[in-house]
Design a protein. Structure first.
Lengths: 519, 574
């Protein structure tokens, strides 16, 4: 067997990942030499520094032209680089909010941060994967790290239950994904996504069943990972049971990476098969996910669980953007849900860029808003209430505006952003997604989207009602401040509010990032 | 144009926000300072607002005091502000109410003073921003952002059912306007080809204009063979797009049967919330019809006119009848808003010079008179903490000055000649009788029916207001608690005085106000008549002329959407 001859320059595109892995290794190794009582403050700092360095590297790589890397097993394109950036933002914010969370529980250990970094490295690689086996391996890298993180606080029933549930269903969905990939390999004889389009077209003529089964299984596997209805059942329990900073990372990073991989796989597959089929598939998924996610979130009194359902709903809006990728051109749109000739005069490549842009911006917006919201939850919850299940009750938010006006303002901003109310980044990102969808002719889906987001505003506003319009409950515990969580809150609030008003450099990055390899 | 002129509107809009930052830095316990700073902000804003009103030249170009800067290029939107006659008049109304709202709340609001004033200042910025926006997306952003501070005003400082009222208000308005967002996006796409797309008002209006004219020729003369792509699209989708815009604004107006949020929100809101809701936010609905819904879709408007006018007339009569049945004074004033805004809508839909002028004037009147009614009732409520008419009676004996003020405002509200209300309502009724609403509905005699019902509303209006005044203020003092009520103090008197002055000035000297409204009215009529049969069309007058993006920036290499290259946006005008 000949080993490939890789030069040092070939590893450059992997630099963000390498930085994260090196950081994780330092954390793991240094932990060995620490006594149980030693100060571990450096660990969070190191993680944040690593995340910032990786994010900055990813941003600089974004201006490289799209190219295959690592012998075609991966690609470097602005799309993946922007995604790595989003993951790093989520990682840095989640790390900041985990410092006091872990300290309060006496669980501050280097492994925690190392696992976060490994998971993020997996996410970054997943976004770059251009080959089905590599993709599967990266899915596992990120998943296994996340399973471990979910049950990191292993004393207590909830984390173990959540970890176990996540592991079983995650393993199952990985298996489904792998099976689908195997079928696609069987049909086409290649696992490289770029090489797949040609053989797919001929395979579909010969063995349509095989190809469709493969596509549907791969789609189902991804639908599990992004928590699309009807594959969402695990989400509320896992999100609720996991330590809150881990939930934050899951809702932002894991989802972002899974979406990126899904977009890449189906973008390539879409070249070989009839895009109408994919349009239909994703339209149905998007419809179900938006409606069910929002409706299921309405009755929740547990804010953490409510945010879990809301993350399902947000996956639905993102799926609208994914569906918009598969328009085939003016006049022949899929007619499901009332697509029509109202719009669609845009050339295909521009329309696709719009959709990609919408997805990426939405992921960034969701990262800021959701990680911020989970940070607030993490400072309000108390360890002793977790077993009772009241740790995340709406009552916890009563009168927050009088006790901690800054936190209440931040949480209100996150809630309004998640609800898509201007002037927040949440509105701008929804606008971009729906703009792409309308341009693709998916009017019906867009209307369902805006109406379900109006239903969503109801439960987001309820949190605001409790914070601003309810009195402070008797005997409320004093809330401890911690510099790291407050820093995370300040950064995410700035992200949510300022990016909603001032375009800033993000718009230029976004414009750059809307080109995907093979477009 | 000097630097000051180009930035005057920015100053008016964002001054309250800057002062809000200042208030946010004050310690929460310094109530006096917070009130003073807020009041100063509102007064300075009033000064600049009046300046803008004076700087608007009635005979000049349509949009004046324009300012435009690059903004979210990627979305096809720029920061573009400017005022026409109606917008500058409503802007004047908004800045006029600002300081009075602060004065009205000094004793009414007793807790969380800092947050209250922050909400007021932010609300002021969003309302002014919505009025001056010349970019549809910018307008939408302000239009929605307005909900947040208003929601807090109602929900935190309101009466007993405040939370329910606040959430209802928020969701009702939001659900309506989200559909408009979809329509705005759709209009953005159809109004121009790739590369020239923009959310700019001019770009969208001019982009739709020729298609609207073709479509109008099609519906009125049956010449439908040669419809081009866009006209055909408008033929199919125009009614739906118009409906999306119309529902969003009809909720805000509110038109019957979408008015149900209004009585709750008005009744529960604190006096400041009611004043602003009635005074300004409701006008956003009528303003939206005037500026966006009708000019964008004149043909669909023409089709929907009889229906909408019917709803407006139902609103007038229904609102009045509901008033007659109320025992709660605040609810009565709230329902009277439904009735009065019905006149505004009817005047707009009449598409006659009198109707449109009357409607625009009535928007201002309603802001003054209903704002003042809520203010005065707020004073009474602070003393007695009851909204029920039965708890009052004979108040005139203990509060003579207050009674005099209330009666004057009541006269304005029921359109007694000599007050501002008379001019507005008279013009609307005249415009309705002279309109072709009946022909549009299929029978020329129906015009008189619309007019007759609207006139009935005037009579009912006088009945319920005078009946309320009589029960509250005259007769014997039936309750012992009322014997020791004190009359208005100096602050309260000073707060009411500007309203009374404006009622009389606008009633006796309407011309300066009408002068600024009339160019807007002319253009609105011309644009609305694109959809009516046999209208003489002067394209040059119809087109929206605005400034283009600042030229050194247009050629910036990163510009994805070269706005200046848009054929729809004419060359820069100085």
């Amino acid at each position: 067997m000949n080993l490939p001859n890789l030069s040092l320059a070939d590893f450059l595109p992997l630099l963000p990942t390498i930085i994260m892995v090196v950081g994780a290794s330092i954390l793991l190794l240094s932990e060995v030499f620490l006594s149980a009582t030693a100060s571990r403050a450096y660990q969070a700092v190191l993680t944040v520094v690593t995340a910032v360095a990786a994010g900055a590297t990813a941003l600089s790589l974004m201006f490289e032209p799209p190219q295959e890397v690592m012998l075609g097993f991966g690609v470097l394109d602005p799309f993946s680089s922007f995604l790595t950036f989003v993951v790093c933002v989520g990682l840095a914010l989640a790390t900041l909010s985990s410092v006091s969370f872990l300290r309060k529980r006496g669980a501050e250990r280097g492994e925690f941060y190392a696992l976060m970094l490994f998971a993020s490295a997996g996410m970054s690689l997943l976004a770059m994967s251009n080959e089905l086996i590599t993709l599967f391996v990266n899915v596992e890298v990120l998943s296994i790290a996340t399973y471990a993180l979910t049950s990191y606080l292993r004393r207590g029933t909830r984390p173990s239950e959540a970890g176990f549930k996540y592991f079983i269903l995650g393993a199952f969905s990985s298996a489904v994904l792998l099976y689908g990939a195997a079928l696609l390999y069987g049909a086409t004889g290649t696992t490289h996504l770029t090489a797949m389009a040609g053989p797919l077209a001929s395979a579909i003529a010969k063995q349509p069943g095989l190809v469709y089964a493969g596509i549907i299984l791969v789609g189902a596997g991804f639908a599990f990972k992004v928590a699309a209805v009807p594959f969402h059942m695990w989400t509320p329990d896992v999100y609720e049971g996991a330590p809150t900073p881990v939930t934050a990372l899951m809702s932002a990073g894991v989802k972002a990476a899974a979406f990126a991989a899904m977009v890449r796989v189906f973008f390539m597959v879409g070249k070989g098969v009839d895009p109408q089929m994919l349009l239909g598939l994703f339209s149905v998924l998007a419809f179900l996910t938006m409606v069910a996610g929002n409706l299921l979130a309405i009755p929740q009194r547990n804010v953490k669980r409510m945010l879990a359902y809301s993350s399902i709903a947000h996956a639905g809006y993102l799926l609208v953007g994914v569906a918009a990728l598969f328009v085939t051109g003016p006049g022949e749109q899929f007619r499901l849900l009332g697509a029509s000739a109202l719009t669609g005069g845009t050339p295909l490549d521009i329309a696709r860029s719009e959709a990609l842009r919408g997805i990426l911006y939405y992921l960034l917006a969701y990262t800021f808003s959701a990680v911020g919201a989970f940070s607030i939850i993490s400072v309000l919850e108390r360890r002793e209430d977790e077993e009772k299940g009241t740790a995340w009750d709406l009552e916890r938010f009563s009168g927050l505006a009088q006790r901690k006006p800054g936190w209440a303002f931040a949480m209100a901003a996150f809630m309004l952003s998640l609800g898509g109310i201007p002037p927040t980044i949440g509105f701008m990102s929804k606008l971009l997604i729906f703009q792409a969808a309308v341009d693709a002719g998916l009017i019906g889906l867009t209307i369902v989207g805006v109406l379900s987001s109006a239903a969503g505003v109801y439960y987001y506003l309820r949190v605001v009602v409790y914070m601003f319009m309810r009195p402070v409950p008797e005997g409320a515990q004093t809330l401890e401040r911690s510099w790291s969580t407050e820093l995370a809150l300040v950064v995410s609030t700035l992200g949510v509010v300022v990016l909603g008003i001032i375009p800033g450099p993000v718009m230029a990055w976004l414009e750059q990032a809307s080109s995907i390899f093979g477009q | 144009m000097s630097f000051f002129d180009t930035h005057l509107l920015n100053l008016v809009v964002f001054l309250p926000l800057v002062f809000a930052a200042l208030v946010a830095m004050l310690p929460a316990s310094e109530n006096g300072q917070i009130r003073t700073v807020t009041l100063i902000a509102m007064v300075v804003d009033l000064v600049f607002g009046v300046w803008a009103y004076m700087a608007y030249v009635p005979g000049g170009p349509e949009f004046q005091l324009e300012y435009r800067a690059r903004w979210f290029d990627l979305f096809g939107t720029s920061y573009h502000v400017g005022v026409d006659g109606l917008a500058v008049s409503l802007l004047l109304l908004t800045v006029f109410l600002g300081p009075l709202v602060v004065l009205a709340s000094t004793t009414y609001i007793k807790f969380r003073i800092k947050e209250f004033h922050l909400a007021l200042l932010v609300l002021q910025t969003t309302m002014l921003g919505a009025l001056v926006s010349l970019d549809v997306l910018l307008f939408y952003i302000f239009f929605e952002a307005m909900l947040i501070p208003m929601y807090l005003l109602v929900g935190v400082w309101g009466a007993e059912d405040r939370q329910m009222a606040a959430v209802k208000f928020f969701l009702y308005t939001l659900a309506g306007s989200l559909l408009m967002l979809v329509a705005i996006i759709a209009v953005y796409f159809i109004s121009a080809p790739v590369g020239a797309r923009s959310f700019d008002y001019a770009s969208i209006y001019n982009g739709l204009l020729s298609a609207n004219q073709q479509l109008s020729a099609c519906t009125t003369e049956g010449n439908c063979e040669s419809l081009t792509g866009l006209a055909a699209t408008l033929h199919t989708w125009g009614p739906w797009l118009f409906a999306a815009f119309a529902i969003a604004f009809a909720v805000k107006v509110p038109m019957w049967p979408l008015h149900t949020w209004l009585p709750d929100a008005h009744v529960q809101a604190p006096v400041a919330g009611s004043m602003i809701l009635a005074g300004v936010t409701l006008k956003m609905g009528t303003f939206g019809f005037w500026r966006y819904a009708i000019p964008f879709f004149p043909v669909a408007t023409q089709q929907a006119r009889p229906f909408l006018a019917t709803l407006a007339v139902i609103g007038i009569v229904y609102g009045a009848l509901m008033c007659l049945a109320q025992r709660d004074i605040k609810k009565l004033i709230a329902y009277s808003s439904v009735s009065h805004l019905g006149y505004c809508m009817l005047g707009i839909l009449a598409i006659t010079a009198e109707g449109a002028t009357g409607s625009a004037y009535q928007m201002l009147n309603h802001g003054v008179s209903t704002g003042a009614l809520f203010l005065l009732f707020g004073f009474l409520y602070e003393r007695r903490h009851s909204r029920l008419m039965a708890d009052y009676g004979g108040i005139a004996k203990v509060m003579p000055v207050f009674t005099a003020a209330f009666v004057i405002i009541t006269f304005s509200s029921i359109a007694v000649p000599g007050t501002n209300g008379f001019i507005g309502e008279f013009l609307v009724l005249l415009g309705t009788f002279k309109s072709d609403l009946g022909e549009a509905a299929g029978n020329a005699h129906l015009t008189a029916v619309f007019g007759a019902f609207a006139t009935l509303g005037v009579i009912l209006g006088a009945a319920y207001m005078l009946w309320m005044v009589q029960k509250v203020f005259f007769g014997g003092l039936t309750h012992r608690e009322n014997q020791h009520l004190t009359d208005m103090n100096l602050r309260e008197g000073l707060t009411v005085l500007p309203f009374i002055a404006l009622v009389l000035v606008m009633g006796l000297q309407p011309q300066p106000f009408l002068d600024r409204l009339s160019p807007s009215t002319d253009r609105f009529l011309a644009r609305a008549r694109v959809g009516t049969p046999g209208a003489a069309l002067e394209v040059d007058r119809l087109r929206v002329e605005v400034m283009s993006l600042p030229s050194p920036l247009v050629a910036a290499p990163s510009a994805p959407v070269p706005l200046a290259a848009a054929p729809a946006v004419p060359s820069p005008r100085q």
